[in-house]
Design a protein around this ligand. Structure first.
Ligand code: NDP
Length: 246
């Protein structure tokens, strides 16, 4: 048997980047995996094929995290199609970066809707489907701890909110043996933050290791937290940031 044999996982934002790596890793560890995405149908199909190649079941759901009804429906679809839920990974986010003076209230609200409200809604919808041993794992950001560039107000605010959500829910769900944790990546090589992008050399200099993470390096920590052996870790923020915040 494998570490996540016959578990059921839902990953938000699983068509690309870190979310895709998490979806495929959880499947490789033995879980059936549903994932949401917003618009990248072809990329979502690729991830479905990669999950199926592990021998596990895959469900791709187009659902905009900005829409709370769509988020709730996606959780219900995933739990319905795959029978239950053991692991929820809240990964989808918008990297909303703008100077304060240029940021509209509508943009602020969209960042909060995708990065915070959707996490609340998905978790609220998922928990009734979870038994003891359930796992809520959200993805934070290193720049909520160390805001190295200007323009990060919206994004860092939204990601900092997940620290409080994780601790409060960890307390609330502890009696049900459901753990709640926040994995906090550093610079990770994705479409949003490519390791060969214009700011990469500067960003490398903020880390101790002098490089970006591969998405699989973040996915491995998420997969560990999902395992039965991680049952005593809850309310924690777990950096996977190459020393960005030390
Ligand atoms: P990417 O931009 O590479 O991928 C984002 C994924 O989320 C895609 O699957 C995308 O779907 C989906 N998504 C985006 N917006 C929505 C939405 N409104 N509704 C549904 N799905 C959506 O992101 P990363 O892999 O770089 O980031 C993943 C997580 O890691 C995020 O929470 C991010 O904040 C965090 N993070 C990333 C860092 C980095 O350096 N990359 C550093 C620190 C934290 P689609 O393909 O359809 O657009």
């Amino acid at each position: 048997t494998t570490a996540l044999q016959d578990k059921v996982a839902l990953v938000t934002g699983g068509s690309r980047g870190i979310g895709a790596a998490i979806a495929v890793r959880l499947a490789a560890d033995g879980a059936d995996v549903a994932f949401t995405y917003r618009g990248s149908h072809d990329r979502a199909s690729d991830v479905v094929e990669r999950i199926k190649a592990t021998g596990r079941r895959a469900v791709a759901l187009a659902a905009d995290s900005a829409d709370p009804v769509a988020v709730r429906d996606a959780v219900e679809r995933a739990a319905g199609d795959l029978g239950r839920l053991d692991v929820l990974v809240n990964n989808a986010a918008v990297f909303a970066v703008k100077p304060l003076e240029e940021t509209g209230v509508d943009e602020f609200e969209e960042a909060m809707a995708v990065n915070v409200r959707a996490v609340f809604v998905a978790t609220q919808a998922a928990v009734p489907h979870m038994a003891a041993g359930g796992r809520i794992i959200s993805i934070g950001s290193n720049v909520a701890d160390r805001a190295v560039f200007p323009g990060l107000t919206m994004y860092a605010t939204s990601k900092a909110a997940l620290v409080g959500l994780t601790k409060a829910l960890g307390r609330e769900l502890g009696p049900r043996a459901i753990t709640v944790n926040l994995v906090v990546p550093g610079p990770t090589d994705t479409d949003t933050n490519p390791a060969d992008g214009p700011a990469a050399a500067t960003i490398n200099g903020f880390t101790a290791l002098g490089r970006f993470a591969a998405p699989a390096e973040v996915a491995g920590v998420v997969a560990y937290l999902a395992r039965p052996e991680a049952a005593y870790i809850t309310g924690a923020t777990v950096p996977v940031d190459g020393g960005f915040t030390i």
